[in-house]
Structure formats: C-alpha cells, structure tokens
Ligand binder design. Structure first.
Ligand code: FAD
Ligand code: SF4
Length: 471
C-alpha cells in the first residue's frame, strides 16, 4: 500500500480541473476552470514525490510550503492546509488562479517533462475556496494588541498583503483606494474568465472580519491629502501600481478605433459589475475585426475579452516568436482554443486609417537575432516584408511604465531614474522609502510584474514597518 502511494505519479496522470468547452466559455465572462472535487484534489496532491529538495518551493516567489500542504490535502486535511497556506501567502486562492505556474512552481516540479508536474496552482486554489466554503476564517485569537495604525494606499495585491501582515501583528491597517472595490488590477484589469470577481468580494469580507478597514472611492492626493495620513497614522504604505501606458511610438496611434489595453479592459469590468457611470465610457468591439498588439498577459486578456464581446475576428500580432512570449503559456493556449489568430514575428510600424478612423495595422516580419543583455533574443526586421492587417479596432498592450504621483517629491519620497520608487535594500527596514515613515512595494517599486511578486513585497514591507514601529 505504502509503496503504491509513493509511486502514485506512475499510476495517476497529471489532471487539472475540468475546463469548460471553448464554444461555451467564449460566450460568458466567467471562470473557465471548474473547481476540483475533493477526491481529485487529494489524488492529484498525492502525486507529489516529496522529493526532499522542493524546487517548487524555491521557485515560488513567496516560498509556499507546497509539499507540506499537498500532503495535508492528500490526507483530506483542508483546514490545516488553509492555515499553512496562509502562513506564506495573503491571497492563495488568487495566486492559484492567476500565477503563471508553468514558469514558477509547476515549472520547477521534479515530475515535469516526463510525468507532468503536480497541479500545484489548482490545489492551492482548492484549499482556500474549500476552507472558506466550510466556514474557516483566519484565526486572530492570539494576535497581540497595539495602539499603532498604518495607512495603506492601494488595495491591490501589494496593499492587501501589507494589510494582512500588519493586522496579524496587532497593527490597524486602513486601506485607501480610488476604486469602488478592492483588488487593484485583480478587479480592474484581470478579466472574470481568469478570476471571478466574487473572489475579491469574499476577500474583502474576510479581511474586514480580521480588522482591516477599507476606505474605497477615495483617491489620495484628491479626496484626502498625504499630509493628513502622515499626521494621523504611525506609518504609510504605498502600493499604487504602475499606470503609464507604453506607446508604440509609430504613426497612427491617435486614430479613432485605437485603444489602450487597460481602459478597454476596465470599461468591460465596469459594465459587467454595474460600475459604469456613463454608457459612453464603454469600449466595445462587437462585430469588429480586432488587432491586438503585444504578447503578454494584458494582450491575452484583450484577445479573449474581444472574443467574448463578439468581435468578428481577433488577431494578435507579436514581434517575437511564440517561445519568447512573456505571458503564461496556459493563457496563450486558452486564447487559441477560443479562436484568437496569432501572428508571430510581426512588428507594427504604423496604424493606417481613412478619414481619421483606423482601417489596419502595417507590420513587418521579424526574425530572431542574437540574445540581448537579458538573454532574450532580439527581433530583427526582414527587408521588404511589409503587409497591412485589416482592422477596425486596435488594442495596444505594450505594457506599463511607472506613474509616480506629483506629490511624492513634496514628502521627500525619492524615485529611481525610470520613475519607480526607491526603497531600502536593508533587511531590517525592508522597503522603506527615503521618507522614513513611508514604505512601498509591488509594481510601483519593481516595475509591472506579477500578482505573487506584489504580494511578496507587500508582506516584506509590512515586516519593515513592524521593525520601524518596534512592534
Ligand atoms: P495594482 O494591482 O495596480 O494596485 C494598485 C492600486 O492602487 C489600485 O487599486 C489603484 O486604484 C490604487 N491607487 C493608485 N493610486 C492611488 C491613489 N492616489 N489613491 C488611492 N488609490 C490609488 N499578474 C499575474 O500574476 N497573473 C496574471 O494573469 C496577470 N494578468 C494581468 C492582466 C492585466 C490586464 C494586467 C494589467 C496585469 C496583469 N498581471 C498579472 C499583473 C498584476 O496584476 C500586477 O503585477 C499586480 O496587480 C500589481 O499589484 P500592485 O498591488 O503593485 O498594484
Ligand atoms: Fe505556484 Fe504562485 Fe502558488 Fe507560488 S503562489 S505555489 S508560484 S501558484
């Protein structure tokens, strides 16, 4: 019996949760994976080799105790697994859904290649979803009481993770966000087919139950001033993200019908969630031939949102080859299944139009050249390869640059040359800015990256704040 269990991976294949058929899922803004049932989660968890040197744990940015919670799930011990999972991650059910596991934990699993990695992400999601459904909530009974309070600006993953660590150490976090719901890009960016919006609503209730206070619809610098926060709180954490849209820098980007990715995605969320203030704010591509420019997660989300809105065709043009795409392989596969056409090695050089309206995108073919300083192969243009892809809507998803607030300088918060916030590398006061009372983390410090890396920095910065407050 024991021997059979140890070699479960030989008998049980890697099997993720059921995925809804593409024809059905492309008609709805809802998650495409069904939940694991307990038997499947247990059986899949049991495939873990407990290989002694858990590379998965090292590759996971928050260093989750993966083999330990896989074992608990295989034994049916969901509540203990949830407790353990929350020791290292503030939003495990979110990471289980949106982390690019193929590049992180699962990509490092010893069973990879030959047998298929353990379905770590799906199990992580299963643990917290199931524990919450069973009524489990984080245990706050042993939290010490202090009289300290910290203002957190931004209810994205970085801010929420900071609030989580602070409240668990008896420091009262008050989280300010300009949006009407928590989550940052988790709510106003990442679409429902990757992350159901109910997940963040439930998290808000859980955090509120733990003692986190939220002040939504409140923009710092407009509705409340930074000086008030500095006066009223013992420290301030900044987790405000990066919101300057990168441009292609080619002619025609100003034509009618060319949209930045994030306003397009946000307008769709606002419509789905009933937050739309004015119907004119909605950017719809129903019945249009859409060209999406870019190859990251944001581009994939634009592709698949366009499909669901009922675009006539969706073509994604990317300047490198498929192997060099920055986004998650799983999401590229999902997009392809849903009908997105990919054109690799195509670099846009102009958006063409007629009477001020877009009619197409002129691209040139590229081939992969020598690796650059980061080891990524640089695309080179093939002479005479120009062609025009017909389009009546173009979505530009070239990524984000830092968007520092104009008031940072007034409070002595220094920036790196590219606009990211400069923070201390000192372990004792991790993520302290050049204003000793202000800490920062997430995309605004590291540049736009991942949910799990923002969580990691939010948690570390909160530890830095605890050092500073001497609690
Ligand atoms: P954000 O999530 O941007 O949160 C910042 C918050 O601060 C926002 O709510 C904002 O409203 C608020 N704020 C800013 N200024 C103020 C102010 N002055 N006053 C009040 N509030 C303010 N990562 C993944 O791991 N997997 C994915 O699949 C994935 N998909 C993505 C898809 C899209 C379309 C995008 C844009 C990003 C995606 N990412 C993904 C990246 C990920 O979402 C970000 O790296 C992460 O959300 C960064 O977290 P953050 O807390 O630093 O910032
Ligand atoms: Fe994998 Fe992300 Fe979960 Fe870490 S947080 S175990 S990288 S899914």
């Amino acid at each position: 019996e024991r021997l059979k269990n140890d070699f479960q991976f030989l008998e049980v294949e890697r099997q993720g949760p059921n995925k809804i058929e593409a024809d059905i899922r492309k008609q709805q803004f809802a998650e495409i994976y069904e939940p694991f049932n307990s038997e499947d989660a247990s059986e899949q968890s049991h495939r873990c080799l407990e290989c002694g040197n858990p590379y998965c744990e090292w590759k996971c940015p928050v260093h989750n105790y993966i083999p330990n919670w896989l074992k608990l799930v295989s034994e049916g011990n969901i509540i203990e697994a949830a407790e353990l999972s929350h020791q290292t991650n503030s939003l495990p059910e979110v990471c289980g859904r949106v982390c690019p596991q193929d590049r992180l934990c699962e990509g490092a699993c010893t069973l990879n290649d030959e047998f298929g990695a353990v379905t770590i992400g799906s199990v992580e999601k299963h643990i917290t979803d199931t524990a919450f459904a069973m009524g489990w909530r984080p245990d706050m009974s042993k939290v010490p009481v202090t009289d300290k309070k910290v203002a957190v600006i931004g209810a994205g993953p970085a801010g929420l993770a900071a609030a989580d660590i602070l409240v668990r150490n008896g420091v009262k976090p008050v989280v300010f966000d300009r949006h009407p719901e928590i989550g940052g890009l988790l709510t106003f960016g990442i679409p429902e087919f990757k992350l159901d919006k109910d997940v963040m609503v439930r998290r808000r209730e859980v955090f509120a139950g733990m003692g986190v206070e939220f002040r939504l619809n409140t923009e710092v610098g407009k509705d409340i001033q930074m000086q008030e926060l500095l006066d009223q709180y013992d420290a301030v954490f900044l987790g405000m993200g990066t919101y300057t849209y990168m441009k292609g820098g080619f002619p025609g980007e100003e034509l009618h019908g060319v949209y930045d990715a994030l306003p397009f995605l946000i307008s769709n969320v606002n419509r789905c969630l009933g937050f739309e203030k004015d119907v004119a704010d909605y950017i719809g591509v129903e019945g249009k031939n859409v060209v999406v420019l870019g190859g990251g997660d944001t581009a994939m989300d634009c592709n698949r949102t366009s499909i669901r809105q009922g675009a006539s065709s969706v073509t994604c043009a990317y300047r490198r080859d498929e192997a060099n795409m920055p986004g998650s392989k799983r999401e590229v596969e999902n997009a392809r299944e849903e009908g997105v056409q990919f054109m690799f090695n195509r670099q846009p050089v102009e958006v063409v139009g007629d009477a001020g309206k877009v009619t197409g995108v002129k691209v040139v073919t590229t081939q992969m050249g020598e690796p650059d300083e980061n080891g990524r192969r640089r695309p080179e243009v093939v002479a005479g390869s120009e062609e025009v892809l017909p389009a009546d809507a173009v979505l530009v998803a070239f990524g984000f640059r830092p968007s520092p607030s104009p008031w940072f300088a007034e409070f002595g918060i220094e920036l790196e040359q590219d606009g990211r916030i400069r923070t201390s590398a000192d372990e004792a006061f991790a993520f302290q800015t050049s204003n000793e009372k202000v800490f920062a983390g997430g995309d605004m410090v590291r540049g736009s990256d991942l949910v799990v890396t923002a969580i990691d920095e939010g948690r570390k910065a909160a530890e830095g704040i605890l050092d500073y407050l001497k609690v």
